[in-house]
Write a protein that binds this ligand. Structure first.
Ligand code: NAD
Length: 443
């Protein structure tokens, strides 16, 4: 089948490449000419493990190409996916749907023959209705069905998630659209992945409800971690103790610096706004948003307290800038608030991330960018781990200890064992676990 993917970002490029890998003929379109030019040169605009090989293979096989103009590919497509960004609208927390609606208008004018227009972007309930209205208004003769097919992939594991999803949600009442989408996802039936057909509005809400639930789980364990610190319990063991209950499950129960990224913050906020607008307030999600916002600054206070209460003039090494490992995405990363708060408090920041430095440089000034974890730690008064990249899990603690001015390790992902860092002479602070305290002179 022929697919046109509008928007070639984290979702559009991965989905397009995976559909092409299934054997479909895919054109990925983006208004960002530099992105398309990079793809023509074989360069990936994002860091996602395995993506370059997947793209290269499908381009070579003639099943995947990239364009800035959507008219031609849309005219030939059986399905056009909208995978453009839906960021938070400044001021009110609504999802900004201007990119989605602009894409819908452009698509409308280029449709030929029966086409399914599928919203893959995360959009508030009713957006599909508006996309359909726009298309019918712009092109009254279009033979079109508008469906919702929210995406659940995770950056860093996006290809696997797309190819082995827990479920595929397809929201449409239109029989022809269901057939087209069933055909597009047919290669996945071999893996017996459940396709869940539902109404368009329900599909739109499923995506927000899923993200809000996961964000709630994270926030819940973060608050339990705070309580653990006060009462002398260990949150890792509490999480395991509750997670072994199948009704709860072990996933998304890792205490840390608060959730970030391109989805959870904006999606929880948009869901709160949706609830308020529809007079069905979502008090739990409202609390999750508020607690998570406060947590990022609270992490800065945690670092300062590990430094003995003063940040001014202290050199702090920060490992990890991306909101999670295996991505270069720094959107809404907790690191940004943490670093900016520490800068405001007068600290000097040295930072390193294996893949996120370029994106960070666009939004984060006033820090020293380093080229490795060890050069970052040079003469530091404290080392803070904020993203649990694999390469930070087994650092040479002896070498770090020698490089640093003061051996203080703040592990916001709980990836080290207290006894291990203690052996190397570190003062150690995790999240929701007993700290290892040392008297640090002249810090
Ligand atoms: N990133 C994730 O992990 C993830 C996971 C699930 C769902 N989502 C949702 O998917 C959507 C896309 O997210 P993303 O992270 O891929 O965004 P992104 O910002 O990485 O990519 C969006 C792309 O769309 C392009 N674009 C905007 N308007 C366009 C137009 N009219 N025509 C063609 N291209 C256009 C932009 O240039 C950009 O390259 C969002 O709604 C997001 O909430 C994201």
């Amino acid at each position: 089948m022929r697919i046109t993917m509008i928007g070639t970002g984290y979702v559009g490029l991965v989905s397009g490449a995976c559909f092409a890998d299934f054997g479909h003929r895919v054109t990925c379109v983006d208004t960002d000419a530099a992105k398309i030019a990079a793809l023509h040169r074989g360069e990936m605009p994002i860091f996602e493990p395995g993506l370059d090989q997947l793209v290269e293979a499908s381009v070579k096989a003639g099943r995947l190409d990239f364009q800035t103009d959507l008219a031609g590919p849309v005219g030939e497509a059986d399905a056009v996916f909208i995978a453009v960004g839906t960021p938070s609208r400044r001021g009110d927390g609504h999802a900004d749907l201007s990119y989605v609606y602009a894409a819908a208008r452009e698509i409308a004018g280029a449709l030929k023959g029966f086409t399914v227009v599928v919203t893959k972007s995360t959009v508030p309930v009713g957006t599909g209705d508006e996309v359909e209205r726009i298309i019918r208004e712009t092109n009254p003769n279009a033979d079109v069905a508008v469906a919702s097919n929210p995406e659940f992939l995770r950056e860093g594991a996006a290809i696997r998630d797309f190819k082995l999803p827990d479920r595929i949600v397809i929201g449409t009442e239109d029989g022809r659209a269901r057939q087209v989408l069933a055909e597009l996802y047919r290669p996945l039936y071999i893996n017996a992945q459940p396709v869940f057909y539902t109404g368009r509005r329900t599909a739109e809400l499923i995506k927000y409800a899923a993200n809000a639930f996961l964000a709630t789980k994270i926030t819940f364990i973060n608050e339990i971690a705070d309580l653990c610190e006060k009462v002398g319990a260990d949150v890792q063991e509490v999480a395991r103790g509750i997670g072994l209950d199948n009704r709860i499950g072990t996933k998304f129960l890792h205490a840390g610096p608060g959730f970030g990224g391109s989805c959870f913050p904006k999606d929880t906020t948009a869901l709160v706004t949706m609830g308020q607008d529809n007079e069905a307030p979502l008090r739990i999600v409202e609390a999750v948003v508020a607690v998570n916002d406060q947590r990022k600054r609270a992490m800065a206070r945690k670092v300062v307290s590990a430094l003995g209460g003063q940040a001014r003039g202290k050199a702090i090494a920060m490992l990890g800038l991306t909101f999670k490992p295996n991505t270069d995405d720094v959107r809404e990363a907790p690191s940004l608030v943490l670093i900016n708060t520490l800068l405001e408090m007068g600290a000097e920041l040295r930072v390193f991330d294996p893949a996120g430095m370029e994106n960070a440089q666009a939004v984060l000034q006033g820090v020293t960018y380093c080229d490795s974890a060890y050069s970052c730690a040079e003469a530091a008064d404290a080392l803070v781990i904020i993203t649990e990249w694999e390469q930070f899990r087994a650092l040479d603690l002896g070498r770090l200890r020698r490089a640093m001015r003061h051996p203080v390790l703040v592990d916001l992902r709980n990836i080290y064992r207290a006894d291990e860092v203690d052996r190397h002479g570190f003062s150690y602070v995790g999240v929701g676990r007993p700290a290892v305290e040392r008297v640090l002179d002249e810090i």
